[in-house]
Write a protein that binds this ligand. Structure first.
Ligand code: THG
Length: 266
């Protein structure tokens, strides 16, 4: 099944930042309820935008989000200490977002992850920066998955993020990640792949059609999770149709159920 990580509880979004500043519990609750109803698998929580307030904001958000949904959370921070604090506060097995091959982050995340019950997003990032070729992505994926297996993590708990970069920056950014996802899903059988879908359309107009088209092309290469907006009806319809076309929907049952529920229009 495709894993949908709902991206909307993120203080880099102006409305969420305002709700956190104003301690508007009801606004956060309503958003989380909507993401849940629309079919999210995890709710991502990112409190990183208010510099100096991340720990306080993360704690506040976790209590409200968990009070509004039964879904598990995706704890989103580059700071291992924030992740440690957040992990201690969740009441369901979370997804940790994220570990990378950057030395400082890797060295503090590995002892944190050892023996813990969680899913993990593994970024294909190292101290030399963002990947420049699909081989970079594939090599980093193999290294980090190997390291996670060494501390006892199961492939089914690992979500490799190839790092989706904007098309507006380089014409090869789409094929680079698509080729890498295909190789990762073949060569590292059992792992998952995920990533921030909307990165692809950054700097271009009509972003929704770009994100939606790209999701289907990624799915054709085996992409089986995305960090995305589950309230976007068009992308959710494309996702369900894509799952059916990829052969992941026996007798097209889920597709037909969604059509009858009025979720797929054209
Ligand atoms: N990989 C991993 N985690 C991630 C990302 C990733 N977490 C953060 C981010 N990228 C994914 N989350 C979001 C959340 C919201 C939006 C985009 C990505 C979003 N942005 C609007 C835009 O870009 O136009 C609105 C911006 C605004 O209102 O300020 O909605 O890649 N592992």
């Amino acid at each position: 099944m495709f894993t949908i990580i709902g991206e909307r509880i993120n203080t880099t979004l102006g409305n969420i930042k305002k709700a956190v500043e104003n301690k508007d519990i009801e606004y956060i609750r309503e958003d989380v309820k909507k993401q849940t109803q629309c079919g999210a698998t995890y709710i991502d929580v990112n409190a990183g935008a208010r510099i100096g307030h991340e720990e306080e904001d993360m704690k506040w958000l976790l209590e409200i989000v968990q009070g509004a949904t039964d879904l598990p959370l995706c704890l989103d921070s580059p700071d291992p200490q924030i992740l440690e604090t957040a992990y201690a506060l969740v009441n369901k097995t979370p997804m940790i977002n994220s570990i990378s091959l950057e030395k400082d982050r890797f060295d503090s995340m590995i002892p944190f992850l050892k023996g813990k019950n969680c899913k993990i997003i593994a970024l294909c990032m190292d101290d030399s920066g963002m990947p420049k070729t699909s081989e970079d992505i594939i090599n980093r994926a193999k290294t980090i998955v190997g390291e996670l297996e060494n501390i006892g993590m199961k492939r089914d708990d690992i979500f490799v993020d190839p790092l989706i970069q904007p098309m507006s920056v380089d014409n090869n950014n789409g094929t680079m990640v698509m080729d890498a996802v295909k190789a990762i899903m073949q060569d590292l059988g059992g792992v998952h792949t995920t990533g921030g879908l909307s990165n692809i359309s950054y700097g271009l107009p009509k972003r929704k059609i770009i994100n939606r088209s790209f999701l289907l092309m990624m799915m054709a290469n085996g992409f089986d999770s995305a960090i995305m907006d589950p309230l976007d009806k068009d992308i959710m319809a494309a996702l369900k149709t894509g799952e059916m076309l990829a052969g992941h929907d026996n007798y097209c049952m889920n597709f037909l159920t969604s059509v009858r529920a009025g979720e797929i229009e054209a």
